[in-house]
Design a binder for this molecule. Sequence first.
Ligand SMILES: [Zn+2]
Length: 172
Amino acid sequence: MSERPLTGEPLPLDLLNTTWNGSAGLVDFLASGDGVRAFSLQHGVIVDTDVSAVTASLRQARQAIRTLLTDRADADLTSVRRLLQSARVSADAQGITLHAEPEAHLLAVRAVHEAVELLHDKAERVRSCAHPSCVLWFLDTTRSGTRRWCSMATCGNRTKAKRFAEARRSES
Ligand SMILES: [Zn+2]
């Protein structure tokens, strides 16, 4: 199980960030049951049975959310709607709770639901990293709203170093 390069983003973006470009190509954190369990646990869901059903639904949600966030108003919402069909909502004095039928879909349903909300509330703050070979996403919570990189230490510096090299080359 590889170390994830970026964690701590809201659930829908954190789900997108389970794939990234590693040194040997695209890595999928959800490719192993351990990865699926660890990801779920980070979002408060214990997966003890049916790992494959959870994996399948999370992968569907990941694809649906990527389409939604990339294509925005033009997005094909078929898979988003299909996932939300397994959702049930209940309410009491504490608030609204989301359920899923089957239960294994719960985290995927939550992720899709939150992606739609995120896009509704903060669309212009939801971004993918500006580095061309990076596939990570983040919610820009800076006051200025000018965050461009998943991480300044990796993608930000890689890009700056490249620009510096190009500038030197064009000078000589
Ligand atoms: Zn990046």
